[in-house]
Write a protein that binds this ligand. Structure first.
Ligand code: XIL
Length: 313
């Protein structure tokens, strides 16, 4: 059974994967990525971020983004654009520019409308990681200068650039109930009450084997009850290396748990893994000593986690 086919049969819009430009030269990798029965959706892991798309003010570069978007379209795969505004991978000219509020507003509007406008009719993580783990708004140049209104500005600019794009806010540690999930729910309520466009909440789901939060499905339902859809946007489930048969078996169960939580909620539209092979996963580089987080191993052999996903739908 192939993952996107199984997801579609269960009524989901897609099963997808993140990908990144340097990996596209690996022939084994690309043959799996291009299989639209396996992946019906692609997220560029880096090439649509601000540092890649507008490295200097007004100087837009879509070479990396176009490469992945063109590949996805050739394969008939949906795009999740990622992202318009985020505290990380934000170029210094934005962070350290000492712009006044009016100028920074215009910079944000121009950036969001240009990147979203280039790839029409897709899904966008417009705002990425707005919250700290305690549910307060994360401090960075946009909140420091504009307060939480930067979120309104980004969403409105994206909507104006393409009324047909689905607009998401995406974050981590909102997989289960807690203060950060509550903060996201309050943000969604506030946006909706003020008529700011918002279509969905992205739950990243960078998780740890054997340490899943309880009540993932109930938490998804708490979002969808507010009149937004949900997507699992960056699923991977890491472990302390080395991988053992026991850890891989637990990982299978954990993948199944996350997928079935989405599957059980009709407004949870799909699941995206944050790349599919341990060979290219971001985890070992960011969490030293951890890895083996993906459903395919570094030799592109399917792990038990793959079957966990299939069973989950
Ligand atoms: C990661 C990429 O996978 C890495 O290649 C890059 O070095 C750092 O960013 N949450 C997100 C993603 O929203 O954009 C991050 O992607 C992973 C965590």
């Amino acid at each position: 059974a192939k993952l996107h086919t199984v997801a579609k049969a269960a009524g989901k819009l897609y099963f997808g994967s993140a990908t990144d430009n340097p990996e596209l030269t690996n022939v084994q990798y690309i043959s799996i990525l291009n299989d639209s029965a396996t992946f019906g959706q692609i997220t560029p892991a880096n090439s649509l971020k601000w540092d890649a798309t507008e490295p200097a003010r007004g100087d837009f570069n879509f070479s990396g983004g176009d490469q992945i978007v063109n590949l996805a379209r050739a394969n008939g795969q949906l795009l999740r654009g990622h992202n318009c505004v985020w505290h990380s991978q934000l170029p210094d000219w934005v962070s350290d520019g000492n712009f006044d509020a009016a100028t920074l507003t215009s910079i944000l509007q121009t950036h969001c409308s240009t990147v979203v406008g280039r790839y029409q009719g897709e899904i966008w993580d417009v705002v990425n990681e707005p919250f700290n783990d305690d549910g307060t708004m994360r401090s960075f140049v946009f909140t420091d200068t504009l307060g939480s209104s930067y979120i309104d500005i980004a969403l409105q600019a994206a909507k104006a650039a393409d009324p047909n794009t689905k607009l998401y806010i995406n974050d981590f540690n909102i997989e289960g109930p807690g203060v950060k999930s509550t903060a996201m729910q309050n943000l969604v309520k506030d946006l909706k009450s003020r008529g700011i466009p918002i279509d969905g909440v992205g739950i990243q789901a960078h998780l740890i084997v054997g340490e899943l939060p309880a009540d993932i499905q109930q938490n998804i339902e708490a979002f969808t009850a507010l009149g937004v859809e949900v997507a699992i946007t960056e699923l991977d489930i890491r472990m302390d290396l080395p991988a053992t048969p026991d850890k891989l078996a637990q990982q299978k169960t954990d993948y199944q748990t996350v997928v079935s939580a989405c599957n059980n909620v009709s407004e949870c539209i799909g699941v995206t893994i944050w790349d599919f092979s341990d060979l290219v996963s971001w985890i070992p580089g960011t969490f030293p000593g951890q890895g083996a987080a993906c459903p395919w191993d570094e030799n592109f052999v399917k792990k038990p986690a793959y079957d966990g996903i299939v069973i989950g739908f």
